[in-house]
Design a protein around this ligand. Structure first.
Ligand code: HXC
Length: 257
């Protein structure tokens, strides 16, 4: 597949999608938004891939939606072009999605990161929702996902007063899993992803599904979802293999079946 706004690469079982509009700080125009999800969905279908990683460049993960593309838009153009709904395609990805963030993750860029499952940040990463400075508000989940992660008051400050978070603050508040040096940040993120990609694929998939249920439903329904996924894994060869390998004191050989 030939993309014009993203680059793709495979390292072992990690499929990497790199946002590639450096001239615009990787701002998401409609083309890049479509291509990033096309590339992610292709990796999601590929049995040789265990984890999907999305990254930008050292200076910017992404500086948000493309302001130049939106400046003259009307409300109905936004609706007809389905601009907000497109961002939701990330929710359909079944494999773990890891963001490797360096530099700016602003607006839609920050919201994209919030939609990922785990985040590795370089020391220079900065997260913010500056839409208020443009006379609008976040539209791709920022108000909701930040509120769930950070609580109300800090979210209000970020969304209403453009407060940005440093990498260290973002880690403190649970938005970032690990902070790594800028130099080699992508290699460090890939090493983190490779470990996850080496785990039992169906269990990983069920684990992601169960954790996500916690954000969608009541505790009782969430516990039911977890229990269903737990029982379901006893229909896999990997469950037998994993437990046998433990008893035989050897490494399991996962089949993804
Ligand atoms: C279009 C952008 C852009 C953006 C940067 N550029 N961000 N173009 N949309 N979001 C362009 C600049 O216009 C400039 O192009 C080039 O990238 C380099 O940017 P500079 O501003 O010169 O770089 P710097 O001084 O280093 O500042 C970096 C920055 C700043 C802090 C990231 O660019 C910035 O504040 N960008 C806007 C961030 C923002 O407001 N994001 C929210 C967007 S709304 P030229 O051609 O001038 O050299 C949003 C809503 C999501 O995301 C809703 C989803 C449904």
């Amino acid at each position: 597949m030939a993309y014009t706004t993203v680059l793709t690469e495979t390292r072992g079982r990690v499929g990497i999608v790199q946002l590639n509009r450096p001239q615009a700080m990787n701002a998401f125009n409609i083309a890049m938004l479509g291509e990033v999800f096309d590339a992610m969905e292709a990796f999601d279908r590929d049995d040789n891939i265990g984890v999907i990683m999305v990254t930008g460049n050292e200076k910017a993960f992404a500086a948000g939606a493309d302001i130049k593309e939106m400046v003259d838009a009307t409300a109905f153009q936004m609706i007809i072009e389905n601009r907000v709904d497109t961002w939701d395609r990330i929710r359909g990805i079944k494999k773990p999605v890891i963001a490797a963030v360096s530099g700016w993750a602003l607006g839609g860029g920050c919201e994209f990161v919030l939609s990922c499952d785990m985040v590795i940040a370089s020391e220079s990463a900065k997260f913010g929702q500056p839409e208020i400075t443009l006379g609008v508000i976040p539209g791709a989940g920022g108000t909701q996902r930040l509120a769930r992660l950070l609580g109300k008051n800090l979210t209000m400050e970020m969304v209403i007063n453009n407060r940005t978070l440093t990498a260290a603050e973002a880690q403190q508040f649970g938005l970032v899993n690990r902070i790594v040096p800028i130099e080699g940040y992508l290699d460090a993120a890939v090493a983190f992803a490779e470990e996850i990609a080496s785990r039992a694929p169906l269990a990983v998939r069920m684990a992601k599904d169960a954790v996500n249920a916690a954000f969608e439903t009541t505790l009782t329904e969430g516990l039911k979802a977890e229990k269903r996924n737990f029982y379901l894994l006893f229909s896999t060869e990997d469950q037998t293999e994993g437990m046998q390998a433990f008893i035989e004191k050897r490494k399991p050989n996962w089949k993804g079946k």
